[in-house]
Design a protein. Structure first.
Ligand code: HEC
Ligand code: HEC
Length: 510
C-alpha cells in the first residue's frame, strides 16, 4: 500500500495523472467564447480539446468561428484566445519543427514530395487544394480526424465533382483512419516555464545579402507579450535597426512582429534549450527570408559560428569567429584537428576573432576548430569546389493582382559543393535569366523583367492583359535562371527555372 502511495505521489508530481485537471478554467476567455457552441463534457471543451495544432492553424480556426458563426471577436481577444489555447493545444517543438516551412504562411518555395506509395495515396486524396504541411500541422483524436471528411463536404459541397477521378467519400475515410495513427492527438501539451527576456547575440544569414550579426534585447511587456529591439550589421556593409513585439505560445513557439528600418517583418522562432532559432520574413513583394539563431549574451565565453564554414586547399582564408565574451588571442590558440590546417595569424577584432588560415592537406575532411580554453566547432576541408547548385530549383513568383495581392518575388541562392555532393556553403554567384523555349516564337523573357545580379527576382507586370503581347496574355511565363561563379581560375555554372504565375487569390488556404 505504502509503495502504491509513493508511486501515485511520484506520478502526480510528474504531471502524468494531471488528466483530471482542466485545461481551461470556467473563467478563461476560451471557456467563455467557445462553450456556447462546443459543449463541455467532464470539464473538457468538445472539439477544442481533441485537437493540437500550430498557432497559425488555431488562428485559421478561430477566425472561421468568427467569420461563419458570428462568434464575437476583437483583435485583443484573438491574441488572448491564441495564447490560452496554445498552452495545452499546441504541437510539441519537434512536431512544429517539421512544418516550420509553412509558419506564418509566408511565400515558401518548398516543394512537398510524397515519400513512398502510401504517402502518394495521401497526396492524391488530400494534397490537392492545400499543402500536406497544413494537414501535418494537426494532431487529433481518432474521432476528430474522422470528422474531417464531413467538414470538407460542408465547406466544399462540390468536392465529389472536383475529385471525380476517385471515390473521395471512401478513399478519404481510409486516409483519415491512417492519419489517426500517424498524427495522433496523444496528450495535451504541458507548457514549460520559459522566459525569453534578456539580451541576445543574433547570428544569421539572409540569401542575397549574406551573413549578419547583432544584438537583441527582449523585455517582458503586457499580458504575456514581450517587446523586442536590436541592431544587425550585414557582410555587405548595410545595417538594420529593428523593434517590435513578440508572443511566446506554449512556452516554445515565439512569434515576432518587428519593424526593420522601413519594413515590417513577421518572425517564427522556436525557443528551446535557452536558444532562439528561426526565421523572419520580409513582406511582399521581395519576400526575403532571414534565418538566425539567438544566443544569450550573458552566457559563458564560447565561440558560436565560424564563417566561412569551409576551407579549400591552396587558398588562404580569412575566418571570422563569432561568439560570447571572446578573449584576446594569438595564432597558437587555434587548433584544427582532423586535417592539416596552418594558422597564419589570429587576433581579436572588436567582438569577433579574425584568423588567416590555410588548408595544406588533401581530400575532403570533416575537421574541427578548437579555441584554447573555449569550445570546438566543425569546419569542412576540401580540395576545391566541385560544382554549384541553385536553390530553389524552380522558383515561383506571382505578378501583382491589386493591393490585396502584391507581387511575390523569389530570392535565388547559389550553393557550392565539393565532390560527392558534400555541401560547402553559399557563394556570391551572378544570376541571369534566359528563355526556356516551350513553343514557337516563345517571348516570355521579354515580359518578365530582369533578375538582380545577387539572385533577387521581383515581377514587374500586373495581372492584366498586355495588349501588345501575342494572344494578349499577361506578363507571366517560364524561363531559365543561370548562376555563374569564378574561383581560383575555375568557372562554375548552374541552372534553375523561374515560373512567373498569376496571383494566388486564395492565400489563406495553404
Ligand atoms: C457560434 C457557434 C460557435 C462558436 C462560438 C465556436 N464554434 Fe467552433 N465550431 C462551430 C461549428 C458550427 C463547427 C463545425 C464546422 C467548422 O469546423 O467550421 C465548429 C468547429 C470547431 C472545431 C473543429 C475544427 C476541425 O478541424 O474539425 C474547432 C477546433 C473549433 N470549432 C474551435 C472553436 C474555438 C476554439 C472556439 C472559441 C474560441 C469556437 N470554436 C467557438 C461553431 C462555433
Ligand atoms: C477539394 C479541396 C480539398 C481537398 C481534396 C482536401 N481539402 Fe482539406 N481543406 C480544404 C479547404 C478549402 C480547407 C479550409 C477551410 C477553411 O478554413 O475555410 C481545408 C482545411 C483542412 C484542414 C483544417 C481544418 C480546420 O479546422 O481548419 C485539415 C486538417 C484538412 N483540410 C485535411 C484534409 C485531409 C486529411 C484531406 C484528405 C482526406 C483533405 N483535407 C483534402 C480543401 C480540401
Amino acid at each position: 500500500m505504502k509503495k502504491l502511495i509513493t508511486l501515485m505521489t511520484l506520478l502526480l508530481s510528474m504531471g502524468v495523472l494531471a488528466d483530471g485537471a482542466m485545461a481551461f478554467s470556467k473563467d478563461s476567455l476560451t471557456w467563455g467564447k467557445c462553450t456556447g457552441c462546443h459543449e463541455p463534457k467532464d470539464g473538457k471543451i468538445s472539439r477544442v480539446e481533441e485537437i493540437r495544432a500550430t498557432p497559425d492553424e488555431w488562428g485559421v480556426i478561430i477566425d472561421r468561428m468568427a467569420r461563419l458563426y458570428d462568434m464575437d471577436l476583437n483583435a485583443s481577444e484573438r491574441d488572448v484566445l491564441l495564447k490560452e489555447i496554445c498552452e495545452t493545444q499546441i504541437l510539441s517543438p519537434e512536431e512544429l519543427d517539421k512544418v516550420s516551412y509553412l509558419n506564418l504562411y509566408n511565400n515558401p518555395q518548398t516543394v512537398e514530395i510524397p515519400q513512398g506509395e502510401q504517402e502518394g495515396q495521401f497526396f492524391a486524396t488530400c494534397v490537392r487544394c492545400h499543402s500536406a504541411g497544413k494537414i501535418k500541422s494537426y494532431r487529433m483524436t481518432e474521432s476528430a480526424w474522422a470528422k474531417v471528411r464531413d467538414f470538407h463536404y460542408y465547406m466544399d459541397p462540390a468536392i465529389d465533382g472536383q475529385m471525380r477521378e476517385m471515390k473521395w467519400y471512401e478513399e478519404s475515410a481510409a486516409i483519415l483512419a491512417s492519419l489517426a495513427k500517424s498524427l495522433p492527438y496523444d496528450k495535451p501539451w504541458v507548457t514549460p516555464q520559459a522566459n525569453p527576456a534578456g539580451s541576445w547575440i543574433v547570428l544569421g544569414n539572409e540569401p542575397g545579402k549574406g551573413n549578419y550579426r547583432g544584438h537583441a534585447s527582449i523585455k517582458a511587456g503586457q499580458s504575456g507579450s514581450y517587446t523586442v529591439a536590436g541592431a544587425l550589421s550585414y557582410d555587405d556593409g548595410t545595417s538594420e535597426h529593428f523593434q517590435g513585439e513578440a508572443v511566446l505560445y506554449g512556452g516554445h513557439a515565439l512569434r515576432t512582429e518587428t519593424r526593420h528600418n522601413n519594413f515590417v517583418t513577421l518572425g517564427a522562432y522556436s525557443f528551446a534549450d535557452g536558444i532562439i532559432k528561426g526565421q523572419h520574413h520580409f513582406p511582399a513583394p521581395d519576400f526575403r527570408t532571414s534565418t538566425s539563431t539567438w544566443y544569450p549574451a550573458d552566457g559563458p565565453a564560447r565561440i558560436l559560428k565560424v564563417t566561412p564554414s569551409y576551407l579549400l586547399a591552396g587558398e588562404t582564408t580569412t575566418l571570422t569567429l563569432e561568439g560570447v565574451k571572446l578573449p584576446e588571442i594569438k595564432a597558437g590558440d587555434l587548433d584544427f584537428t582532423g586535417g592539416n590546417v596552418k594558422v597564419l595569424e589570429a587576433r581579436r577584432d572588436g567582438e569577433t576573432i579574425v584568423a588567416k588560415v590555410a588548408y595544406q592537406g588533401k581530400g575532403a575532411v570533416q575537421a574541427s576548430l578548437t579555441v584554447k580554453n573555449l569550445n570546438t566547432l566543425p569546419v569542412t576541408l576540401a580540395d576545391r569546389i566541385d560544382h554549384i547548385k541553385i536553390t530553389p530549383e524552380l522558383g515561383r513568383a506571382r505578378v501583382y493582382g491589386g493591393i490585396h495581392f502584391p507581387a511575390e518575388g523569389v530570392q535565388f541562392e547559389a550553393v557550392a559543393y565539393a565532390a560527392d555532393d558534400l555541401i560547402l556553403g553559399a557563394v556570391p554567384a551572378s544570376f541571369k535569366l534566359s528563355e526556356f523555349v516551350t513553343r514557337e516564337n516563345d517571348d516570355d523573357l521579354a515580359w518578365l523583367g530582369a533578375i538582380a545580379k545577387n539572385g533577387t527576382y521581383i515581377p514587374t507586370s500586373d495581372y492584366g492583359q498586355i495588349m501588345t503581347r501575342e494572344y494578349k496574355t499577361e506578363g507571366t511565363g517560364l524561363v531559365n535562371v543561370s548562376a555563374e561563379y569564378e574561383r581560383a581560375g575555375h568557372q562554375y555554372t548552374a541552372e534553375a527555372m523561374l515560373a512567373v504565375v498569376p496571383p494566388d487569390y486564395v492565400p489563406r488556404v495553404k
